[in-house]
Design a protein around this ligand. Structure first.
Ligand SMILES: [Fe+2]
Length: 213
């Protein structure tokens, strides 16, 4: 018997990043992002003023986690920097690594930083009304390089899942985004370590699409 779900509409407020009819939400406070940034001393210096403040938050509509279904929502990220490095999300790869994602800019000036399993980097600016396609297999993280909130809508297959450890195991993403002479610039992350061939082939494996533990 088919279980029929009720169609839903969610109103998005681009100015605040709020989404009506959300089924869930979460916030990342500054303290939750310890270890993400290159400049640990700058992070410590900001702890007193920023500690409990929200760096980014997500409201989502998650009907089910069944293959073929969709999860969508809105993310809002505050502007700011730790040292010279812009505020960013933790970043992830989809546990079902062949699952893609769409981001749609609503407000502000952001970047989508993407890294392939082999360590190739792509950086795409996302502004209001920019649609950004994150293809399967790319690790992705969003970065706020503007002076205002960055608000984006996202949508991905409901069975994607999110794997965070792949970034930590490599010593971070291969590029960091910092202030440059004219806006932002990407610099190499000296702590980055390449993934071994076994992990890369496991990520691409057709039979086992789940990120290895
Ligand atoms: Fe994602």
């Amino acid at each position: 018997m088919t279980r029929l779900f009720e169609p839903t509409r969610c109103q998005v407020d681009p100015s605040t990043g709020a989404m009506g009819n959300a089924t869930g939400s979460y916030q990342k406070r500054f303290l939750d992002l310890d270890g993400l940034y290159a400049d640990a001393a700058a992070f410590e210096a900001m702890r007193a003023t920023w500690g409990e403040r929200i760096v980014y938050e997500v409201s989502e509509f998650r009907p089910t986690e069944q293959p073929g279904d969709l999860i969508f929502g809105v993310t809002r990220m505050a502007p700011g920097k730790v040292g010279d490095e812009y505020f960013m999300t933790r970043g992830h790869i989809h546990k079902q690594a062949d699952r893609p994602e769409i981001y749609y800019g609503q407000k502000g000036h952001g970047l989508m930083l993407m890294e392939s399993p082999e360590g190739e980097i792509r950086i795409l600016p996302v502004h209001a009304q920019t649609v950004c396609y994150v293809p399967p297999y790319w690790i992705h993280r969003s970065i706020n390089v503007g002076e205002d909130d960055l608000v984006m809508l996202f949508c991905y297959p409901a069975d994607s899942g999110q794997g965070y450890e792949i970034i930590a195991r490599s010593g971070g993403m291969r590029s960091r985004v910092v202030t440059g002479d004219e806006g932002w610039k990407a610099v190499d992350n000296p702590d980055w370590r390449p993934r071994d061939a076994k992990l890369i082939s496991a990520l691409y494996a057709r039979q086992s699409r789940t990120v290895p533990a």
